[in-house]
Write a protein that binds this ligand. Structure first.
Ligand code: FAD
Ligand code: FES
Ligand code: MG
Length: 281
């Protein structure tokens, strides 16, 4: 659970994204793409889920990439090489189905780009033709472009302000790629991770073209072992626990209004700052 490498991947006035390599030989040995860990920075702290972006089973490390959005991610960001997390549990959740689907599209928005990285790598290695669409607010916040290039047959970039790639949204490109595919390529799958409005819109576009779309959901999680019910989502009219039944689901079947509402329940309390200490070795 010791941090052995720390890097800032992106930084602007209001957003910081960091990459940590953490010693955890057992998780590194077991993890598969699409799975996540739950960690605690310190004993008094809360548990938060983060996707396992990469692993090195030879030296027993896992890689986490996180955006500092609130108290726990900011405390995590303050930890230094040599510090140890208070607790780390994983790998959790179902792994992504990896097989040769043929032609597929990966869509990543914001820090969701980190979450598509392990999936893009595994799907490429399984022989798929991969088209990847990345979206960020601006060029400074675009992460993993070079790393993902290696695993993409086609790579498109959009930024809200046009500072890199096309000005606009990932769904603009998705619409174009799918329209073109009507006469050329047949896509069997879309895999999307990012902010809820982005994933929702990707599913709307995909539905018009009748392409199956998998999304990795980010509901609030507490125990992440199926016991508390905090992460419940409605998919195809049925209640599912994202931590044990997901986090991936058929995006066209997700009740997005409910997920949006549930994720904002504690917004006022999340702004409350308290004084927690980081444990170190
Ligand atoms: P807070 O101020 O407490 O909350 C900010 C926002 O983060 C909330 O509005 C809510 O949307 C979300 N959040 C807060 N607490 C939790 C919680 N316990 N569980 C889930 N979401 C919460 N983020 C990354 O940057 N990188 C990742 O790889 C990543 N992977 C994730 C994988 C899964 C399966 C899930 C469910 C979430 C993932 N997240 C990831 C989101 C990350 O867990 C939240 O950003 C983090 O918990 C925020 O905590 P905070 O105390 O810093 O912020
Ligand atoms: Fe408690 Fe999923 S986080 S049931
Ligand atoms: Mg929090």
């Amino acid at each position: 659970m010791r941090i052995i490498k720390k890097e800032i991947l992106a930084q602007t006035q209001d957003v910081t994204i960091k990459r940590f390599e953490i010693l955890s030989p057992l998780i590194a040995r077991k993890v598969r793409p699409g799975q996540f860990v739950v960690l605690m920075v310190c004993e008094e702290g809360e548990r938060i889920p983060l996707t396992i972006v990469d692993k090195n089973s030879d030296i027993g490390t896992i890689t986490l990439i996180f955006q500092e959005v609130g108290l726990t991610t900011k405390l995590l960001g303050k930890m230094e090489v040599g510090d140890s997390l208070y607790a780390l549990a994983g790998p959790l959740g179902h792994a992504t189905e990896i097989k040769n689907f043929g032609n597929l599209i990966l869509v990543g928005g914001g820090v969701g780009i980190a979450e598509i990285y392990p999936v893009a790598k595994a799907l490429k290695e399984a022989g798929n033709h991969t088209t990847t669409i990345l979206g960020a607010r601006n060029n400074d916040l675009l992460i993993l472009e070079q790393e993902l290039k290696v695993f993409c047959d086609e790579l498109y970039i959009t930024t809200d302000d046009g500072s890199c790639g096309r000005k606009g949204f990932v769904t603009d490109i998705l619409q174009e790629v799918l329209s073109y595919s009507l006469s050329a390529i047949r896509y069997s799958l879309i895999y999307a991770v990012g902010p809820i409005p982005m994933m929702r819109r990707v599913c709307e576009v995909a539905s018009d073209f009748k392409v199956k779309t998998i999304v990795s959901l980010n509901p609030l999680m507490v125990d992440a072992t199926g016991m508390c019910g905090c992460c419940r989502v409605t998919v195809a009219g049925k209640t599912k626990f994202a931590c044990v039944d997901g986090p991936e689901f058929d995006g066209t079947q997700v009740n997005w209004d409910e997920l949006t509402k549930r994720n904002s329940v504690y917004l006022d309390k999340e702004k409350h700052i308290c004084n927690l200490k980081i444990s170190s070795v």
